[in-house]
Ligand binder design. Structure first.
Ligand code: 13P
Ligand code: SF4
Length: 333
């Protein structure tokens, strides 16, 4: 029985995308997914922002970098990518001969939307000395126009390794870009894009929660604005949040990133308490794109082998180079 509640997040189409569902139905679906996984010789990769029941059925749960690394080395025939569209595209670019499916092909990203490839090409044409560094949250076409890809987990390392004689152009997240400039001291021209979720946290709301929980370190994603980052005890990728909270002697933490992260943190750090950082007036810490995926859709995409990621061969070829460059630099000691 599907129970649709008033607070259910809505997708771009405005229809409910994460209906409530009984525990019996969830465990039935999880069992069926495991059977399909075996039959298809599939691997299920899930981002840290996926709903708990998807994380629980996945072979690997992680950040964008970890997911790309897993996709690069998998021997499975089918990759079931539970995240947003650009992440599944990255898996396809790394595995052009494998089937890559995703639960909902409309699961986009505000950062990806902010940077159309044609506009980037126009800007690149204004300076032949640009070295384009693209955050992985962008389309395959934008990746194909870029010199190197970064994630929040390796951006500092990769910018530090960028050719010194080049003018660095960082797309599409201005907040992550500004944080990387602070960390590396390398000037960069920044594309004006942002994550519509991470810019919801404000200096005032974070200051308030700090007063309420004075002993809880504040852990923020670098997609947050500077006004929030400056209040944080740790600014890092979602994967680093796990190791930071495991290592820290603190017992409670305030987490300024998408709500799905709390499920992962709770699992990896039993006995510790995670407080979602408050936004001003809304339940804005859920990414409507990430939350378009449900366990039912994971099941259905595996049963139908659809929707699949399909990309033009020349885009795959051109986008592969900057992704390979990222993976190579990331693996350096
Ligand atoms: P991570 O690579 O840190 O998981 O971040 C991905 C993302 O989409 C953040 O909003
Ligand atoms: Fe994109 Fe933000 Fe959603 Fe991450 S949380 S997928 S950056 S819209």
């Amino acid at each position: 029985m599907i129970d649709v509640t008033e607070n259910t997040p809505r997708g771009r189409s405005g229809v409910d995308v994460r209906p409530g569902i009984t525990p019996e139905r969830l465990s039935g679906l999880s069992r069926d997914i495991l059977v399909l996984k075996k039959k298809l010789n599939a691997v299920i990769l899930a981002h840290n922002y996926q709903v708990g029941e998807i994380q629980d059925v996945a072979d690997f749960v992680g950040d964008s970098l970890g997911l790309a690394q897993q996709a690069a080395k998998t021997s499975a025939d089918v990759i079931v990518f539970c995240g947003v569209h650009f992440m599944a595209e990255t898996a396809k670019i790394l595995n052009p001969n494998k089937v890559v499916i995703l639960p909902d092909k409309d699961a986009g990203c505000s950062l990806e939307e902010s940077c159309p490839a044609s506009k980037l090409a126009e800007l690149q044409a204004t300076n032949p000395n640009f070295w384009t560094i693209a955050y992985i949250n962008c389309s395959a076409e934008v990746k194909a126009l870029s010199d190197v890809i970064v994630t929040s987990g390796n951006a500092v390392k990769i910018v530090n390794a960028a050719p010194i004689e080049k003018d660095l152009l960082f797309v599409p997240d201005e907040n992550l870009g500004a944080w990387v400039i602070e960390q590396t001291g390398r000037p960069m021209r920044l594309w004006r894009g942002d994550c519509y979720v991470h810019v919801e946290w404000t200096h005032q709301a974070i200051s308030r929660i700090r007063r309420e929980y004075p002993n809880a370190p504040i852990v923020a994603h670098p997609e947050c604005t500077k006004a929030v980052r400056m209040l944080a005890d740790e600014v890092c990728s979602t994967e680093r949040m796990v190791s930071y909270c495991q290592r820290s002697p603190a017992r409670e933490f305030v987490i300024a990133t998408e709500a799905g992260m709390l499920h992962r943190l709770q699992k990896e750090c039993p006995g510790k308490t995670f407080i979602p950082a408050p936004t001003e007036n809304c339940r804005c810490n859920e990414c409507r794109f990430m939350k378009m995926n449900t366990l039912e859709k994971v099941h259905d995409c595996m049963a139908r082998l659809s929707p699949q990621i399909e990309l033009a061969p020349d885009i795959i070829q051109r986008a592969r180079l900057p992704i390979d460059r990222m993976l190579e630099i990331s693996s350096r000691p």
